[in-house]
Design a protein around this ligand. Structure first.
Ligand code: ZN
Length: 298
């Protein structure tokens, strides 16, 4: 896969830094299957390349990513059947029954791929700005470091809008802390870059106009470390949180997520894998704009 349709890939500084950009600005970089498969290819390409030391993941356009693609024409066409059907919709469980195919497909294309990127053999930096919604959090959290523009808003809205218990890669309690995770999921409220920095989730907050330059500067600093040092630092931290239960908790939460999909599948008689107002969700909550988290507003 030399050329990409939904992302871009470039190397900088004699190939030591790879920069991957989500490139569907018209759709706020909503993640369709084609994009996710290309992203997996691009991460793998950076991993295979012994010259690459640091990988930056960014997004073109006004926002890093609006989350999963829930209905663009690309997404409808790739689900097929038809000439534009993506090959991954004919394998990896896609042809099974509704609950099984959801379980298998989400495992491969939302969960296991994200976990693979988290364990990439290179140092990764998520460079985010604008809206970072729901599944966009997964792309952010799987990176080793997160830097954000001042205008960034982070939110997982799937609880209030889709009746779901969070996205498939359930990093929420680890990134926000348990109570804040519950609050953010139960309200769908957003936190800004400064709050994410205060929580320790974000390393740097840069002025919007300087985001790309400052991120590159930061990446260059990290690229100076011996590759073995950088990798062993990453592995020591990742294996420490794994010993604290991180990956086991993610596995468990993914199973609960599938239970939640199965619930809506049954409730809707097989018509929907998520909740809708017709299935009892509050129309008011479903359509409400995302509110910034507030200490004093109810
Ligand atoms: Zn799901």
């Amino acid at each position: 896969m030399a050329e990409y349709r939904y992302i871009s890939y470039e190397t900088i500084d004699d190939g030591t830094i790879a920069r991957i950009a989500l490139d569907r600005p018209r759709y706020r970089n909503a993640q369709n299957r084609g994009l996710l498969v290309e992203l997996d290819d691009a991460f793998g390409r950076a991993e295979r390349d012994d010259t690459v030391r640091v990988v930056i993941l960014s997004g073109n356009g006004p926002s890093f990513s609006a989350g999963h693609d829930l209905g663009t024409e690309d997404m409808v066409a790739e689900r097929g059947p038809g000439p534009d059907q993506h090959p991954t919709f004919t394998c990896n469980g896609a042809t099974g029954g509704k609950v099984e195919s959801r379980y298998r497909q989400e495992y491969h294309y939302f969960y296991d791929n994200t976990r693979r990127w988290r364990n990439l053999r290179k140092i990764t930096i998520a460079q985010v700005h604008g809206k970072v919604l729901s599944a966009a959090l997964m792309l952010t959290w799987c990176c080793d470091l997160i830097v954000a523009a001042e205008n960034t808003e982070f939110a997982d809205v799937v609880g209030t809008r889709l009746g779901m218990c969070g996205v498939e890669y359930f990093g929420h309690p680890w990134e926000f802390g348990p109570r804040k995770a519950k609050e953010l999921l139960l309200t769908g409220d957003s936190i800004g870059a400064d709050e994410a920095h205060r929580l320790g989730m974000v390393s740097k907050v840069f002025a919007d106009a300087q985001l790309a330059d400052k991120t590159l500067e930061f990446a260059r600093r990290i690229a100076q470390l011996p590759t073995m040092t950088a990798l062993t630092i990453k592995d020591s931290v990742n294996q420490s949180v794994d010993a604290m239960g991180f990956t086991t908790a993610l596995d468990a939460s993914f199973s609960i997520h599938q239970l939640n999909h199965a619930h809506w599948t049954v409730e809707s008689g097989g018509a929907s894998v998520v909740g809708t107002p017709a299935l009892g969700l509050s129309e008011k909550l479903v359509t409400a704009p995302i509110r910034p988290l507030s200490r004093s507003e109810a």
